[in-house]
Design a protein around this ligand. Sequence first.
Ligand SMILES: [Zn+2]
Ligand SMILES: [Zn+2]
Length: 91
Amino acid sequence: MSDNRESVWMLDGRVADLARLYRTRHGWAHPSPQACPAGHRLGPDQVIVSAIPCGHLLTHHRSYTCRTCGRVVAWPPITQACNHFGGLRNL
Ligand SMILES: [Zn+2]
Ligand SMILES: [Zn+2]
């Protein structure tokens, strides 16, 4: 299972609610995790951000892959019921 709630999610330098969408000067933005579950900082050059289409949620997960250790933080959390069309295995 994933460890989303152990990560601090921030936007524009403030702690943010990870499930919300925020309006900023640059348009709508999602908070992003500040560190992976292993504690590595996820700065702009240390994280790979992607979207995973999910046949179970009928929307996308946002996923943040730590370039240091490869751990993935995803929102909404990835569950056993997920169907990612073979793109990403269930965690
Ligand atoms: Zn890491
Ligand atoms: Zn899914």
